[in-house]
Design a protein around this ligand. Sequence first.
Ligand code: BGC
Length: 378
Amino acid sequence: MSTRKTRALAAIAGTALLLGLGACSAERTETPADEETAAAGEEGGGLIGIAMPTRSLERWNKDGSNLETLLQDAGYETSLQYADNKVDQQITQLQNMINSGAEVLVIASIDGTALGPVLEDAASKDIKVIAYDRLINDTDNVDYYATFDNYQVGQEQGKFIEEQLGLADGAGPFNLEPFAGSPDDNNAKFFFSGAWDVLLPYVESGQLVTPSGKAPASNDDWASIGILGWGSDDAQAEMENRLNSFYSGGDKVDVVLSPNDSLALGIAQALESAGYAPGDGYPILTGQDADEANVKNMIAGKQSMTVWKDTRTLAQQVATMVDQVVTGADVDVNDTETYDNGNKVVPTYLLPPQVVTPDTIEQYLVESGYFTADQLGL
Ligand code: BGC
């Protein structure tokens, strides 16, 4: 192992430890690209472009700032950009990073199928690409992928519902309203398939009933109930619509499958407006990400669980992979079969997600320093 590599990896590991000790609250401000590029090519580890989808979701802010810190502490220059969920904006940002001489691009894509031409340009300049959290599709020019096991996220949500309702023991019928994520996000179908592989048999047996009729007949139909852009407001509007149209006769919703926390936030709002109060009779509501507002909702009895994906762990893994790419070392991967992007199977590092319920918030989210007790009002 070269000295530089040893030093860089040690720095990444050291910074990761610090991030683990509760340094997650401060949001770093975005560094303008031109300032970043001025530094590119100077002594140090070279420029790494980090393209994140949006600031509007808490997790991407954490992802971006954690990764930026780890890479900078390992001696790299970074250009961290957020694209306001706009595909064209993300492409322009990537093009700027390429023009500025980035060595590696780390990309959490908005639309995983829209980056072909810009990545062609990156490949022609021998710039390596790591897909971050979301796979990039229909191109040869993505070298590695790092993510949490997206199918497992959905499985955990499905299994939670199965257990809470006693479905395996034959209980039911219960009224279920399922939701799915953004149709342009490659992860969304994995989340839905994971959950639906658990729940569909109970829909077919009649133990789960969907008054709105919005229960996909198979995993492949998931996009029909997808919320484009993952917006809380859109999820709220959809839930209000279902409640007004299909539950006006006094029927009650027993369970809502929500693929993530941003949707769960809107769904909880719709439930509240329709008169559902925490306690008996409040539906089971799933989520993913452990966003602060949702963890507070869990404490208040307005959300039943979340699937936590520790953004510090993913950032640490990706920082390590960046360094391995730059130094020409073997790159850590643990799955070389699952993530076919339409052109090729992308070598992937998969991390395990963690279910958190109101009872385990302290254990997982506070003791690990992800949130302080104060932040959560505990
Ligand atoms: C991520 C989720 C996130 C969602 C919305 C997905 O690709 O894996 O963690 O909740 O996007 O931003």
